[in-house]
Design a protein around this ligand. Sequence first.
Ligand code: HEC
Length: 201
Amino acid sequence: MKRWCIPLLVALAGCRGQASSDPPIHVFDDMDWQPKFQPEEGTSLFPDGRAMRPLVQGTVAQGSLDESEAFRTGKDGEAFVAMAPITVDDAVIRRGRDRFNIYCAPCHDQSGSGQGMVVKRGYPPPIDLASDRARGLPDGEIFNVITNGVRNMPSYRKQIPVRDRWAIVTWVRVLQRSQHARIDDVPEGQRGNIVKESGTP
Ligand code: HEC
């Protein structure tokens, strides 16, 4: 018998067609064996002994968001909501100022007049947020501008979570009010503290 027949016979002997309960020999194990946890598996890594971790607080399954449509979109049907659908308090307004100064002031500047640093360097100037046009926009439309952008203004949907967008809307209202303030807005005891800028009537 020629010598090359021997490996051939050995190879053929492996093809006997019998079932075996032994695991197959893994010559190349590729990624069949991975150091990972299976669902429901236990571990000593965490004090509760579970490899499956509880969901992070605030996790929402797709399609299970229970906030109202007005809250998520700023719209009630086709129309923009006139008022932000959140409870506005001091903390919300402060949060709004904080987020406005981060995300909006680069273009709109901190007063909202539209002379932010990005504009000074050549970006198309936005309208004054205290202008009659901006004051006339319903809260829902300002929310929508932040969410989707408008003409030359990019969308901030990805950077700013929904609740913060509403907080920013409340701060835009504060800026608008501050530029159109009347003496009645100042508590009586503090009216004497107001200093008129030179040149203003
Ligand atoms: C990159 C610069 C930039 C940033 C950042 C920016 N805006 Fe604007 N915004 C613009 C420009 C430019 C316009 C004018 C859009 C146009 O009419 O072409 C505008 C317009 C607006 C308007 C008026 C929309 C209208 O219908 O006339 C509002 C309200 C507004 N921005 C709010 C915001 C708020 C709130 C933020 C922060 C979340 C923000 N913007 C961030 C550039 C910016």
